[in-house]
Design a binder for this molecule. Sequence first.
Ligand SMILES: Cc1cc2nc3c(=O)[nH]c(=O)nc-3n(C[C@H](O)[C@H](O)[C@H](O)COP(=O)(O)OP(=O)(O)OC[C@H]3O[C@@H](n4cnc5c(N)ncnc54)[C@H](O)[C@@H]3O)c2cc1C
Length: 187
Amino acid sequence: MKFVVLGAGIAGLSVAHALRKRSYEPLVIASGHCATANGAGIVSSQFWQSDLYAHAIRSQEIISELVTANRCGMVQIALNGADAQLLSLIPDGALDLPKALSKQFCSKFRSRIIASHFAENDFWIENMQLLKELSNGCRIKEARPEKIEGSALFCNGERVEFSHLIIATGADPTLIVYSTENGHLDW
Ligand SMILES: Cc1cc2nc3c(=O)[nH]c(=O)nc-3n(C[C@H](O)[C@H](O)[C@H](O)COP(=O)(O)OP(=O)(O)OC[C@H]3O[C@@H](n4cnc5c(N)ncnc54)[C@H](O)[C@@H]3O)c2cc1C
């Protein structure tokens, strides 16, 4: 199978890394800088959707095997009832604001807080370091694709064949998989 990954942000490089772990040799096509490096680098498990929560916990495990995890804990604060309801759905963690953090807020802001959720195992990482580790050993081609024709992508006039095209260019939805085996697009 020939995997081509479009986009070298956190999404594209994570897919490439996962494919390499399964002994595939994906080709990553990247245009410009990796936008992920703009992120704050927080790796949180605070998701209220149960399927995302399980993936987030797994991501924390994988990422902390690749780069130094600087444990900081992270708190989410709800200032209205709807957000408080979502926070109450997060499977793990405490619903209290850590006292040390609470002391930093002025009383006016503290009085507006309806609920909070603190995950002490959340951490931050160096974004560039993570991207470097994820791309370790990957074939990366700097180009901007011009068109797709059947099972081929054209970049800078060159034809690149694929069986699976993973589009992770930062748009929403961020990850699209196009397979020439069934001709389907999967989100
Ligand atoms: C200020 C800020 C702070 C943030 N902090 C955090 C945080 O702490 N934790 C967290 O989890 N998230 C954070 N985020 C969100 C996070 O940065 C994004 O969710 C993440 O970058 C999305 O990754 P991505 O790979 O989908 O897209 P991107 O990082 O945007 O990567 C897309 C890549 O595709 C390339 N590309 C685009 N078009 C093409 C094309 N036609 N051909 C080839 N390549 C192409 C781009 O050059 C880029 O390299 C933050 C965002 C911002 C703005």
